[in-house]
Design a protein around this ligand. Structure first.
Ligand code: GAR
Length: 205
């Protein structure tokens, strides 16, 4: 492992298009200060696992079902992270809320991408397609995506990057989700990963 890169773990649950954007950015050199060394999924059927394997990245499946409790689930994740000396955790479509105990251990070292302009359409219950359904139900004309640090408040940590995306007449949740991903999420997340990886490298000396 290259010592001159921040070690990144990406936590996923589903399709993994945001993971793919990070892997592609690493490949192209846009992400130069960090390397994804581990992908953890809480869903054994997540296509994100295939994306990781295709890129030659180690994967781990850690499900709540296999652990007795949320605490045991988080402990298992923490052990996997510690074993690989992970510097930066990226939640890329990870559909599980982490406790304050967990987030406190990685202060300003956990990033999340959320498919709205926080503080709109965020917090408990707002995830995936539901976010876009809520935006369309409200009739907003502009939505977008946010990359933020993760703390004990769901979608409540410091905002790093945001990008606005137009809502267009006739949009379905699926169409809007795709536009927000293409125009905002897949650009913001790699940019934030490089930004914080560079900061970590600076601190490591
Ligand atoms: C993305 O739109 C991401 O922003 C969202 O789920 C999707 C995952 O897609 N995350 C949340 O809603 C978290 N609150 P992906 O698996 O293709 O990256």
């Amino acid at each position: 492992m290259n010592q001159k890169k921040a070690k990144i773990a990406v936590l996923v649950s589903g399709g993994g298009t945001n993971l793919q954007a990070i892997l592609d950015a690493q490949q192209s050199g846009q992400i130069a200060s960090g390397a994804v060394v581990l992908v953890i999924s809480n869903n054994p059927n997540a296509f994100a696992l295939t994306r990781a394997a295709n890129a030659g990245v180690e994967t781990a499946v850690i499900t709540k079902k296999d652990c007795d409790s949320q605490a045991a689930f988080e402990q298992t994740i923490l052990e996997a992270l510690a074993a690989r000396q992970i510097d930066l955790i990226v939640l890329a479509g990870f559909m599980s809320i982490l406790s304050a105990d967990f987030t406190a251990r990685y202060e300003r070292r956990i990033l999340n991408v959320h498919p709205s302009l926080i503080p709109s359409f965020c917090g408990q219950g707002f995830y995936g397609l539901h976010v876009h359904e809520a935006a369309l139900a409200k009739g907003v004309k502009v939505t977008g995506a946010t990359v933020h640090f993760v703390n004990e408040i769901p979608d409540g940590g410091e905002i790093l990057l945001q990008k606005a995306v137009d809502v267009l007449p006739g949009d379905t949740p699926e169409v809007l989700q795709r536009r927000v991903m293409e125009q905002a999420e897949w650009k913001l997340l790699p940019a934030a990963v490089e930004m914080i990886s560079r900061e970590i490298l600076g601190q490591k000396g």
